[in-house]
Ligand binder design. Structure first.
Ligand code: GUN
Length: 298
């Protein structure tokens, strides 16, 4: 085994990005112009979603944005939710908004996401933004893939011609990540393989990865013997596992960090790697939305 991996410090980079945004917004406020406004819709009482939305609100305020949250009970009718989206689409004060997922089962999530005005879809989930991203046009990128691309870029990790293996094919991480890494961009220009639940010889494929992006949703699934010496390992997972400490749990990723860091060249820790980048990317999208450059106003 070689020397230990360099740690990709998402916490530090996200702070820098938030500071960059804060400075830009303070200039806007100094000119007595309107601060960017991020709104969030949340349905139900899911504790993880409540925490995420509260963190997004707090982060938005800390960089000087206006933040508003629309909370609904679990049994809200789909029509009422769609009417709220229409209201936010038409509210000129709101630059961007998100609908926190997951939604209750009786609500058609595709219908809800498609109702968001693409120019305000700062989560980058609308088919218009996904489609534009896929054909290399300017678009709002969803937060996790955007955060990973930003980390690769800021750590100057060479991706051109490399074999990038993405574990997982979800709409919000695996699938957009695989598209972005295959594009003629920097970072990008990689040869990409996606592994999923029906992939055969997954470990064999993983061992050939120069860059391994792990979004498989299983705690500490990726072990050192599945990773090539010197690989770049990006861990998207966030899981609570029981631990004999004060809290009774600890947070781990999809990667067995202690093992894999001894074999990789770069690695993202959990917590403190990809996670903190997602809010920074949401704020950046909201700031971009407030400038109306990606979707110019007609
Ligand atoms: N649920 C988990 N991640 C996300 C996210 O990035 N955006 C929204 N809206 N919901 C989520």
């Amino acid at each position: 085994m070689g020397k230990e991996a360099k740690i990709i410090d998402g916490k530090k980079i996200s702070k820098k990005i938030k500071e960059e945004i804060r400075k830009e917004i303070s200039k806007i406020i100094d000119r007595e112009e309107k601060a960017p406004h991020l709104a969030a819709i949340i349905v139900g009482e899911d504790p993880a979603s409540q925490t995420y939305v509260a963190s997004k609100e707090k982060a938005a305020r800390l960089v000087g944005m206006t933040s508003s949250t629309y909370k609904f009970k679990e049994d809200i009718e789909e029509d009422e939710l769609l009417a709220t989206i229409d209201f936010l689409n038409n509210d000129d004060d709101v630059d961007g908004f998100i609908v926190q997922l997951p939604l209750p089962k009786h609500i058609d999530v595709d219908k809800v996401i498609s109702r968001i005005d693409p120019s305000k879809d700062v989560d980058g989930f609308h088919p218009m933004n996904v489609g534009r991203m896929a054909i290399g046009q300017q678009a709002y990128l969803s937060a996790t893939p955007a955060g990973i691309m930003e980390l690769l870029s800021r750590y100057k990790i060479d991706t051109e011609g490399k074999h990038c293996v993405v574990l997982g094919r979800s709409n919000i991480v695996g699938s957009p990540m695989s598209i972005l890494m295959s594009k003629k961009t920097k970072p990008g220009n990689a040869t990409v393989t996606i592994c999923h639940s029906k992939t055969q010889n997954m470990e064999e494929i993983m061992k050939t990865a120069d860059i391994l992006i792990c979004a498989i949703g299983q705690p500490q699934f990726v072990k050192a013997d599945m990773v090539k010496e010197g690989a770049v390992v990006i861990d998207v997972g966030i899981h609570r596992i029981p631990e004999n400490n004060e809290k009774g749990y600890k947070i781990v990723g999809d990667v067995d960090y202690e093992e894999v860091k001894k074999k990789s060249s770069f690695i993202t820790p959990v917590p403190g790697g990809v996670g903190p980048m997602t809010i920074a990317m949401l704020l950046r999208n909201t700031f971009e939305a407030s400038k109306h450059e990606i979707y110019p106003r007609v």
